[in-house]
Design a protein around this ligand. Structure first.
Ligand code: ADP
Ligand code: SF4
Length: 708
């Protein structure tokens, strides 16, 4: 293992060139109330899975975006009071003075790079279950938020707020504002979106009040107005006040005086906030996955806002193309380009545009693994950016790499996401890299899967890495090169990484989740057969116990080819895990559009080539299907024969080092393969492979949370 010294990648140090003239508008400063954003790149509030329990992880994650050129960097939701308690999902707090110091770590880190720090002060209203604080959730009229997935369901219904409750929430917003100012934030939010408290006051379905806060649009807007006013009153000229608002439902509501109720709300509050942050109403529509929503999908809902206010407007749309961003500015849709996922996938996106190096942007693929990690309750993970969330814990920087002191060589076998990432990171660290791929295309599973419906954007995983490798002078790339152990060893490299992936198996499981031996029948197929077009038969059953996207996508694909298609799964939903990535509602729409017949909570019992027998998991009721082919999407087994053969050929010799990475090590989603490839390559020069454990910033003595 070589020693290390620090170098920077071309993106940060070589000053590749000047900003393209048409992109310069993106680098104009924007006045937001009393503060000035240094450019138009605005990292809008987004969940990170980071709270006061890992404040250094959080500060480093946000700092990297400021360093990468985002002019404003925001927190995720920061609860103003224990009655807004989203546990077990991770959420941040400004409940008492003890929380200030950990937020200050973030604001100091953001300010070090000349960016503004924004805080999304938040009250969840009826959409939280207060599982830790055990306080009743608050709502305008006692109407609960209806979760349709078990992961978000709760049994505690909200109380109807009295006038005194409203005064208290306003007071909590004031206290949180005071603490946010002490923590050093420059932009303070009032949140009226996504089903949370302010939003519930705006919508007549949630707000049945007959006092000054309900009824007419003017009355329904009153609570949000007062939240803005109390924030302004406390902040004075020390910070700007932003309103984050969801406009999708309101835009569909007719109004007596306005084009829609959304127009009415914006008109009534037009000059109250210093900044409008406009968005959609639910996570699946606001953070739409690329399978179902294109870049810029918010525009038809939010395009009118700028015409009704002279305050700057920020909005999102999974923007990664500078031309699209410029178009949003030039056409008067937005003043600031909001980025959440774009900033996770590439924190240095603004710098790359400024340096005329847009080709180097590591574009978000819209897979929503980042959102799934929040649903999982862990810090953000990203398919495209393996360093996201690891900036402090592992000391990984997305653009800077420790360089090997000894000029060693590395052979990577396999050109899927793990192999490509390993090759790129090894090359950036100064190794002489050879990468060999047996097929005539780079990308491995990505190459195969992205031929299927809706997955084309995911090709960016391959395209970015192949492009970046082609820019390096120390990389040799070979396709059509299947290596065996002798061939791999004959190259004489110092290190060999085996990234040969995994193959789908024909194994099934019993109703008690006990694995059985793989079936071996002529008309039984796996996803690989789908990729090569080998699935014969006109009536097909896709039996899916992988439960992520692929089974559903394959069913959609086969139906589109004109086959009568059934989809069955032991899970309660088709592609059940896509709930985690916001895709589930749209998966159902796609399957229904393509005429796929669904059978959930069923197990596959038998198949004789013309009939499949399914059985209901709970009542054992049999279901006979007249099908002549089955595709099993279930278990994957590492393709590690080459590794085993190398290990026995090398017979314990220290040289070369031989490693398994990606799916060949442990089959997973693409995010796991990229991380594994990255981690392997960093390990070539890092002496420490463990990660640091973060600790809360603890006050001298515990502070009372409430009553305040
Ligand atoms: P991962 O997700 O871990 O990157 P993939 O299955 O996507 O795994 O990619 C593995 C790649 O390795 C595939 O493109 C496959 O063609 C290639 N491969 C497998 N065995 C060999 C081999 N012996 N020599 C060269 N390439 C190989
Ligand atoms: Fe984009 Fe996927 Fe990364 Fe999220 S996880 S930022 S959607 S590439």
């Amino acid at each position: 293992m070589g020693q290390s010294e620090h170098i920077s990648s071309p993106a940060t140090e070589s000053h590749l060139g000047a900003c393209h003239p048409s992109h310069q508008v993106l680098f104009e400063p924007v006045q937001i109330g009393p503060v000035v954003a240094p450019n138009r790149f605005y990292q809008v509030p987004h969940a990170s899975g980071m709270t006061e329990t890992n404040p250094r992880v959080r500060a480093a994650f946000r700092e990297t975006k400021a360093e990468g050129g985002w002019g404003v960097v925001s927190t995720g939701a920061v609860s103003i009071h224990p009655s807004s308690d989203d546990s077990p999902l991770p959420f941040a707090r400004l409940w008492n003075d003890a929380d200030i110091a950990s937020h200050a770590l973030s604001t100091e880190a953001i300010h070090r790079h000349g960016s503004l720090a924004a805080v999304e002060l938040w009250h969840g209203g009826a959409a939280v279950m207060n599982r830790t604080s055990r306080l009743p959730p608050l709502s305008p009229s006692g109407i609960s938020w209806a979760a349709t997935h078990v992961g978000f369901m709760g049994q505690l219904r909200p109380k109807k707020m009295t006038g005194a409750d409203i005064d208290e929430v306003l007071h909590w917003q004031r206290l949180a504002t005071r603490r946010a100012l002490d923590a050093g934030f420059d932009i303070l939010y009032v949140y009226a979106g996504m089903g949370y408290l302010g939003y519930e006051f705006l919508l007549p379905e949630y707000n049945h009040r007959d006092d000054g806060y309900g009824g007419s649009l003017e009355n329904r807007v009153r609570f949000v107005r007062e939240m803005l006013e109390v924030t302004r009153d406390e902040a004075g000229s020390r910070a700007a006040v932003a309103l984050r608002i969801s406009l999708e439902e309101l835009r569909g509501k007719v109004s007596d005086h306005y084009e829609s109720e959304a127009h009415g709300v914006v008109d009534l509050l037009s000059d109250v906030p210093d900044l409008w942050d406009v968005k959609m109403d639910s996570s699946p529509t606001d953070c739409g996955a690329s399978r179902f929503r294109p870049e810029g999908a918010h525009e038809p809902i939010i395009d009118f806002v700028k015409r009704m206010t002279d305050r700057p407007v920020v909005g999102v749309g999974r923007f990664t193309s500078p031309d699209t961003m410029v178009s949003q500015i030039r056409r008067g849709v937005l003043d600031l380009i909001g980025g959440a996922r774009a900033s996770i996938a590439d924190p240095f996106l603004p710098t790359k545009i400024r340096e005329g190096n847009s080709d180097a942007i590591r574009e978000c693929i819209g897979c929503n693994i980042c959102i799934a990690s929040w649903h999982d309750g862990v810090p953000v993970r990203c398919t495209q950016n393996a360093t996201a969330g690891e900036e402090w814990r592992r000391g990984w920087h997305p653009e800077k790499f420790a360089k090997t002191a000894s000029p060693e060589s590395v052979l990577i076998v396999g050109g899927g996401p793990a192999g490509l990432e390993a090759a790129l990171v090894a090359a950036k660290q100064g190794f002489e890299v050879t990468i060999a791929e047996q097929t005539d295309e780079w990308g491995g599973r990505v190459q195969a899967e992205t031929q299927l419906p809706g997955l084309a954007t995911w090709r960016r995983v391959r395209d970015y890495r192949v492009w970046a490798l082609s820019q390096m002078g120390n990389v040799s790339m070979y396709t059509n090169s299947e290596l065996d152990a002798d061939a791999a060893l004959s190259l004489g490299t110092d290190h060999i990484a085996i990234a040969t992936g995994a193959r789908w198996s024909k194994r099934l499981y019993s109703a008690l989740e006990i694995p059985s031996e793989p079936l071996d029948l002529p008309q039984l197929f796996t996803p690989e057969d789908v990729f090569t077009g080998a699935v014969s038969g006109d009536r097909v059953l896709v039996f899916d116990y992988d439960n992520y996207y692929l089974g559903g996508v394959i069913a959609e694909h086969l139906a589109t080819l004109g086959k009568q298609t059934h989809y069955a799964t032991p899970a309660g939903h088709a592609s059940a895990w896509t709930f985690m990535t916001n895709e589930l509602p749209f998966v159902y729409q796609a399957l229904s559009r393509s005429g796929v017949n669904l059978h959930t909570t069923t197990n596959l019992m038998r198949f004789d080539g013309t009939h499949a027998q399914l059985q209901n998991l709970f009542n054992a009721e049999p279901i006979e299907l007249n099908v002549d082919a089955i595709v099993i999407v279930g278990h994957r087994e590492p393709r590690d024969a080459l590794y085993q053969s190398l290990i026995s050929s090398a017979e314990g010799a220290a040289h070369p080092s031989i490693s398994l990475v990606g799916d060949a090590l442990a089959p997973g989603a693409i995010v796991h393969a990229v991380y594994s490839g990255h981690s392997f390559a960093r390990g070539l020069v890092e002496t420490e492979t463990i990660y640091l454990r973060d600790e809360p910033v603890v006050p001298a003595k515990p502070l009372r949370v409430f009553p305040q």
